[in-house]
Design a protein around this ligand. Structure first.
Ligand code: FDP
Length: 338
C-alpha cells in the first residue's frame, strides 16, 4: 500500500510539468488532519454549537466552520505553494500575506461541509478545488477563480466518518486514501475508483413540490420501482452532507442531486459551483460518471461569481443521461405549446 506522499511523488515524476502539486496537496492533507482532530474532540473542548455569526450567504456559521476555515488558511498561506485562496466562509478571496512567497495554484474550498451534522456526530467533510495561476508574484483577483471546472488541475474531499477518507483526483483517475492514526499518514486504500451503475438516489425529498417537472418525474419513477417505467427498484439515502452523500454514490453508484427549487427563483440552486459542485463533478467524471446542471455539463459552466450556486445532478452515467433526456423532453414540450 503506498502513502499519499508516495502517490504524489510518482505522479510528479510522470508529469514534470505539474511540479509543485505534491507539496500543495500535502498542505491540504495536513490541514484536514488538524480539522479531523478538532472534529473528533468537538464538545470536549467546547467547539460545538453556533458561532453566532452568519457567512456571506446568510447561513449561520458553526464554531467548527470558522475554526476549520482558519486551519486551512493558516496551513496554506505560509507554504509558498498557493497564490490565493477562496472559501465558503469568506466573502472575498484571501490574499497570501506579502511576507510569504506566492505559488502556482489557487484553492477554493468548503472547509466543513454538512454543517447541520456537526453537533450530531454525523458525517461531515472538507471539499477543495485546485486551479492553476499564471500571475507569478502578482496578487490574484476574484476573476482569477472564475474558471470553468474543466480547468481544475486537482479536486478532492476529506470525509470525517467512521474513518477519515481522502478522495483525490489529479485528472488521472480517482484514488482514495485512509488515514492511519497510529502512523499519522494517509495510505491508498482504493485505486482508480470506477462508479458502478446502480439504483440508489440521494435527494432531500421534502422539497419535492418545489422542483421542476422533469426532476419530479425522475423521482416518481424511482419510487414506482419495478412497477414503473424504469422497471427496477430504487433505494434512497439522504445524510444531509454533500461529501457523505456523494461519497456513497461514488462507491455504490446511483445519483445525487440538489435541484433547482422554485421557492427561491433568484437562487439558481443550493450548492456552490466553485468549491462544492466543480470538485465533486471532476471526481465523478473521473470515476466514469456524469454531472449536469439543468442546462449543461457542470464542468462547462462559466462562473460569474465566487459564491455562485447551481442546480446539481450527478452520478452514474445511465441515471444522468436519463435525467438529461427528461429535461430535454420537457423543454421541447414547452416550446411546442408556446
Ligand atoms: P449544510 O447546509 O448543512 O452545510 O453545502 C450545503 C449542504 O449542507 C450540503 O452539504 C448538503 O447536501 C445540503 O446542504 C443539505 O441540505 P438540506 O438542509 O436541504 O438537507
Amino acid at each position: 500500500m503506498i502513502t499519499l506522499s508516495q502517490y504524489l511523488l510518482e505522479y510528479e515524476r510522470k508529469n514534470p510539468e505539474k511540479a509543485g502539486i505534491k507539496l500543495a496537496i500535502e498542505d491540504l492533507a495536513k490541514g484536514c488532519i488538524r480539522i479531523m482532530d478538532l472534529v473528533g474532540r468537538g464538545p470536549l473542548i467546547g467547539i460545538h454549537g453556533a458561532a453566532g455569526e452568519t457567512n456571506v450567504q446568510g447561513e449561520d456559521q458553526q464554531k467548527l466552520d470558522i475554526l476549520s476555515n482558519q486551519v486551512l488558511l493558516d496551513m496554506l498561506a505560509w507554504s509558498g505553494n498557493w497564490a490565493g485562496l477562496a472559501s465558503e466562509e469568506m466573502e472575498h478571496i484571501y490574499h497570501i500575506p506579502a511576507h510569504y512567497p506566492k505559488g502556482k495554484f489557487l484553492c477554493a474550498f468548503d472547509p466543513l461541509d454538512g454543517s447541520g451534522n456537526i453537533d450530531l456526530n454525523m458525517p461531515i467533510g472538507t471539499i477543495f478545488s485546485v486551479l492553476p495561476y499564471e500571475g507569478g508574484q502578482e496578487a490574484p483577483h476574484n476573476s482569477d477563480f472564475l474558471r470553468p471546472g474543466r480547468d481544475q488541475i486537482a479536486a478532492g474531499y476529506v470525509l470525517y466518518g467512521s474513518s477519515t477518507t481522502f478522495v483525490l483526483t489529479l485528472g488521472e483517475g480517482v484514488h482514495s486514501f485512509t488515514f492511519d492514526r497510529s502512523i499519522g499518514e494517509f495510505f491508498r486504500t482504493e485505486k482508480n475508483l470506477k462508479m458502478p451503475d446502480s439504483q440508489n438516489y440521494s435527494v432531500n425529498a421534502s422539497n419535492y413540490r418545489h422542483w421542476k417537472a422533469p426532476v419530479r418525474q425522475y423521482v416518481d419513477e424511482c419510487k414506482a420501482g419495478k412497477d414503473g417505467p424504469r422497471g427496477k427498484d430504487y433505494n434512497m439515502r439522504w445524510m444531509g452532507c454533500m461529501v457523505a452523500d456523494s461519497h456513497r454514490v461514488l462507491a455504490k453508484g446511483g445519483m445525487f442531486m440538489y435541484p433547482y427549487d422554485e421557492r427561491n427563483p433568484n437562487q439558481t440552486g443550493k450548492l456552490r459551483l466553485l468549491y462544492e459542485c466543480n470538485p465533486m463533478s471532476m471526481i465523478i467524471e473521473q470515476a466514469g460518471g456524469r454531472s449536469i446542471t439543468d442546462k449543461e455539463n457542470t464542468l462547462d459552466v462559466q462562473p460569474t461569481d465566487l459564491h455562485q450556486r447551481v442546480p446539481l445532478m450527478m452520478g452514474s452515467k445511465v441515471e444522468i443521461d436519463y435525467l438529461e433526456a427528461l429535461h430535454k423532453a420537457d423543454k421541447k414540450t414547452k416550446k411546442s405549446t408556446k
